[in-house]
Design a protein around this ligand. Structure first.
Ligand SMILES: [Fe+2]
Length: 510
């Protein structure tokens, strides 16, 4: 079981991070904490990175460095099952991705790295167990550094989930904003105040050096480190890890760069993402294209989780980006948001699944949302599945064809939301296919919250909506229910803000 000692080490992260950062006798190297991820019943990836000067390229001398990794079955680190030396080098920014194999399903393990006389914090991880009666899964996304502290992650760590899903916008690529309050239009003639509480460390990031330093800035946050140290994460990026609203080979501003320049930028972004995430495989650059394997399947007790990648293989947003009525292009039946290969993989897996709950973790909302009262020529967000109606119809048809309890767990829109999905979403008499649950964003604010509230009546399938608070989602799966706690941060401008449950919903009752 999980003891008080590690709980304090994690949730009181502010206590141990400064200690590591100013360790006596030289520079501290474990400034970015530890992490684990990509769990299976028998393996997990353990991560750390040596970075004595994290915001300036890391600060390690060129060449290799040997790091010891120890894994124990107890948090006091007395019962080792592994003790090995792992070599890292400047080619991967001195990051380590150690694949720990030969484990037992549904077990906790504790790990620690050593470099010279230094010890890293102790991390806790857990293998998956397809036969477990219950699974506790947290969902997080959208953590703009400038617009909030990570009280949500402090609270997430205290829950000690079996696994954390991150559906993207782990970093934001933009430059430095001015400190203080900003007034923004939020729709309906209203203006609301948003605050910049801390600042980015450079102009818009483009090169590998920039992306590495941006990840280091975010990862230096003690509450984000605590959330990584407490549980394995499964991760897939959305748009801001590269560039706002990018789609496969198309950047936000195609006129400002050549396709090859964008692929090089993507490769830099993918490389830095890999160097800071507990994932197994690095990116590749083949035939002038950058690629990174992110989508995958994880089986936690009653929940079979499919984590999607809806950025790398999608057709460009139709009719131009943003919220618009459909143009003809949007209705093209060939349009894809997952790419043919991923779509075939997902369809196959769903059709053969015997899990009580079939979770689809996706970057952008599957639920349709009308931003206008009139159904004719309704405006929708064309960056979400609303911009890919034929791809959504294909997946809806698969789900309606006997897939047990489909649940979408989704990020992107900085708004907490719960909906019931029907084959035709605006026809409650059409076949019911499942639910979508979206926690709030960790720290990114929602200037379109009021816009969405005004048209709630035009979206009767949405049973809960809250864009006014930051937060995350706790889900607990059992054989016949998924309960979702929508956690909200009272004041995202404070790292010590209280975090409470706004509403708890059970799919049994929805
Ligand atoms: Fe975001």
């Amino acid at each position: 079981m999980f003891s008080r000692r590690l709980f304090l080490a994690s949730t009181g992260a502010a206590l141990w991070v400064p200690k590591m950062a100013y360790a006596e006798g030289g520079k501290a190297h474990f400034t970015l904490g530890v992490a684990s991820g990509s769990p299976t019943p028998s393996s997990v990836i353990l991560w750390t990175r040596l970075a004595p000067d994290p915001l300036n390229g890391g600060g390690m001398p060129p060449g290799t460095a040997d790091v010891r990794v120890r894994v124990c079955t107890d948090d006091a680190m007395r019962n080792p099952i592994r003790d090995e030396i792992v070599r890292t080098s400047d080619a991967d920014a001195h990051s380590i991705h150690y694949k720990l194999t030969g484990l037992k399903p549904g077990r906790e393990y504790f790990y620690q790295f050593y470099y010279g006389d230094e010890e890293s914090p102790v991390g806790r991880t857990r293998t998956t167990d397809p036969n477990a009666p219950e699974a506790k899964v947290a969902l997080a996304y959208c953590q703009h550094y400038e617009t909030g502290h990570y009280a949500a992650y402090r609270d997430l760590a205290s829950w000690v989930p079996d696994c954390v899903i991150h559906t993207g916008d782990y970093i934001y690529e933009g430059g430095i904003s001015a400190f203080g309050a900003k007034m923004r239009d939020v729709g309906g003639g209203e203006r609301r105040m948003f605050e910049i509480v801390r600042q980015h460390n450079s102009n818009e990031i483009v090169t590998l050096w920039d992306y590495r330093n941006r990840y280091a800035l975010y990862r230096a946050d003690p509450h984000l480190q605590a959330a990584h140290a407490i549980a394995p994460w499964i991760v897939a990026m959305d748009d801001h890890e590269v560039d706002n609203n990018w789609a496969a080979g198309t950047p936000q501003d195609p006129e400002k760069q050549t396709p090859l320049e964008f692929e090089i930028r993507k490769y830099a972004a993918f490389k830095a993402y890999y160097e800071h995430m507990p994932i197994e495989a690095p990116p590749a650059f083949n035939k002038m294209k950058a690629t990174l394997q992110l989508y995958g399947k994880y089986h936690l007790g009653p929940a079979l989780i499919h984590l999607l990648d809806t950025r790398q293989f999608r057709d460009d947003q139709p009719c131009g980006d943003n919220r618009k009525p459909y143009c003809e292009e949007a209705l093209d039946p060939k349009r894809t948001i997952m790419g043919a290969e991923q779509e075939a993989w997902l369809t196959r897996s769903l059709k053969t699944s015997s899990a009580p709950f079939n979770v689809i973790a996706t970057q952008v909302w599957f639920t349709s949302y009308r931003y206008t009262e009139a159904p004719e020529a309704a405006e929708t967000n064309l960056d979400s599945w609303d911009g890919y109606p034929s791809a959504r119809d294909r997946l809806s048809a698969t789900l309606a064809d006997g897939v047990s309890n489909p649940i979408f767990l989704t990020g992107d829109w900085h708004t907490a939301m719960a909906s019931t999905l029907h084959e035709d979403q605006f026809d409650p008499n059409s076949r019911r296919i499942g639910h979508e649950l979206v926690g709030s964003s960790i720290s990114s604010y929602c200037p379109w919250a009021r816009d969405m509230e005004i048209v709630r009546d035009a979206n009767p399938h949405v049973s809960y909506l809250n864009g006014n608070k930051r937060g995350y989602l706790r889900t607990t799966f059992s054989k016949d229910n998924c309960s979702a706690e929508f956690r909200v941060v009272e004041d995202s401008g404070r790292a010590d803000s209280p975090v409470t449950t706004d509403i708890e919903m059970r799919t049994k009752d929805m």
